[in-house]
Design a protein around this ligand. Structure first.
Ligand code: ADP
Length: 173
């Protein structure tokens, strides 16, 4: 469904199938691939992506790095490293917010107009989906308000349950 005059939409599905300027990868600090969405993106992009990631030399939590999209329909991949959930008192909310802000800042700097995000940190990293979604929607809505060059942000949810949480949170934005 569309929100904020179509500038935010929520879809259920596989982020690797999206034809957008950039998909965001919930990577780990090595940028050398992993499970979950990271594994799916590397499998779909092919070995060229891992080669480029090797040359970057890692990424601190909360920051973001840009690569090509290789065999993906997306032109670029923005790799960001979400926090591991330790209960919420170790800076996790600020780090997760930084992932969304830094990913979008990188996209804007490159002149990219359409960006798709997975639910960063809510898989293996254990961030509670409701809390993570609130941060994701708040940060994306705030960024879009100040950056008309970003046309549309897509939240890609892997489950119906996650999509319902995103839809509810976006209707409040
Ligand atoms: P993290 O380590 O940041 O928690 P995960 O990849 O384990 O990252 O999970 C992040 C989210 O991505 C979860 O909601 C998971 O269900 C979802 N996910 C996994 N594969 C895909 C995919 N191909 N497309 C979109 N979302 C995916």
């Amino acid at each position: 469904m569309d929100h904020l005059d179509g500038r935010i939409r929520v879809v259920r599905g596989d982020i690797t199938s999206l034809t957008v300027d950039a998909i965001v990868n919930a990577a780990n600090r090595t940028l050398l691939g992993g499970g979950g969405v990271d594994g799916a993106i590397h499998r779909a992009a092919g070995p060229g992506l891992l080669d480029e990631c090797r040359g970057i030399g890692g990424c601190p939590t909360g920051e973001a790095r840009l690569t090509g999209g290789y065999r993906l329909p997306a032109r670029h991949v923005i790799h960001t490293v979400g926090p591991v959930w330790h209960g919420g008192a170790r800076g996790e909310p600020d780090q997760l917010a930084a992932c969304y802000r830094n990913s979008l800042a990188l996209a804007a700097k490159q002149g990219l107009r359409t960006v798709a995000f997975p639910a960063i940190s809510t898989g293996v990293y254990g961030y509670p989906i409701e809390d993570a979604t609130r941060i994701a929607v708040r940060e994306v809505a705030a960024f879009l308000a100040g950056h008309p060059g970003i046309e549309q942000v897509t939240f890609v949810c892997f489950s119906d349950r996650d999509a319902a949480v995103y839809e509810r949170e976006c209707s409040r934005a």
